[in-house]
Design a protein around this ligand. Structure first.
Ligand code: MN
Length: 252
């Protein structure tokens, strides 16, 4: 099924009507990664995504929930062979979540080791105030011939973007990220062949409303402007990048 758009990080199950959110992605032919925040949420996501042409469900354990949900790591490992996609996972060193940073690091390490062992997984990774730690963990526990990491809303330095590229990472970019100087700066360093789009809905606003599931057009528009490309060329490039990522995982 040829997609028209790519939304590689969206919390479809956190919209008021989950099934309508899936339908919206199918209607707009948006290849959408439905990320989840706890392993317990995965099975329903998988069941509904399996009926969709354009939505795929990811198994996640969100760093902001690790403080209370680390006991679901066992369930995570039991469910892992049911999907190629993992997320949302990662680290969050913001003030609010710094208290659990040590346990977050332990859980992230365990998840990366499980994924590396399984092989062929594609990961959607959160890295708020922790780009350096996330990249170090990827280098240490997730060799690039064992799977692919997609850095979601990545706002690391130019050097960190370069390091991530060496590690085989892709980057998914949303419209809120493009509205900030750090986000814009990060995007200007990302190679075009590693770029994907996302909404991070429903956590991102589109004007006065919550961004619609799969609605990456504002991100595409801003990105095209920043990169000096035609919007449609960029849209097509992102679709190509997704295909390349899915069919030719990194080797060596
Ligand atoms: Mn998210």
């Amino acid at each position: 099924m040829q997609p028209e758009y790519v939304d590689f990080h969206c919390h479809l199950d956190l919209y008021p009507n989950f099934e309508a959110a899936i339908k919206q992605c199918d209607r707009t032919r948006t290849a959408t990664l439905a990320v989840t925040t706890t392993p317990k949420a995965f099975s329903r996501n998988k069941r509904l995504a399996d009926k969709s042409k354009f939505v795929r469900a990811a198994l996640g354990l969100h760093p902001q929930l690790v403080a209370t949900r680390s006991n679901e790591l066992m369930l995570f490992s039991q469910l892992l062979d049911q999907t190629r996609y993992v997320g949302e996972i990662g680290l969050d060193a913001s003030k609010q979540h710094y208290g659990s940073f040590n346990i977050q690091k332990e859980i992230f390490k365990e998840i990366l080791l499980l994924c590396a062992q399984a092989g062929g997984k594609i990961l959607s990774i959160h890295s708020v105030r922790s780009s350096t730690h996330v990249l170090k963990a990827l280098a240490d526990y997730f060799p690039k011939d064992r799977g692919t990491a997609v850095l979601h809303w990545f706002t690391g330095s130019k050097k960190e973007v370069e390091r991530a590229v060496e590690l085989g990472c892709y980057f998914s970019v949303n419209q809120a990220m493009l509205a900030t100087p750090t986000g814009k700066r990060a995007v200007s360093s990302i190679p075009l062949n590693r770029l994907l789009t996302e909404t991070d809905g429903p956590f991102v606003m589109d004007g006065m409303d919550v961004v619609r599931p799969g609605h990456v057009q504002p991100a595409l528009m801003t990105l095209a402007e920043l990169l000096n490309l035609q919007e449609d060329d960029l849209r097509f490039k992102v679709i190509q990048n997704l295909k390349t990522m899915l069919t030719h995982p990194m080797v060596g």
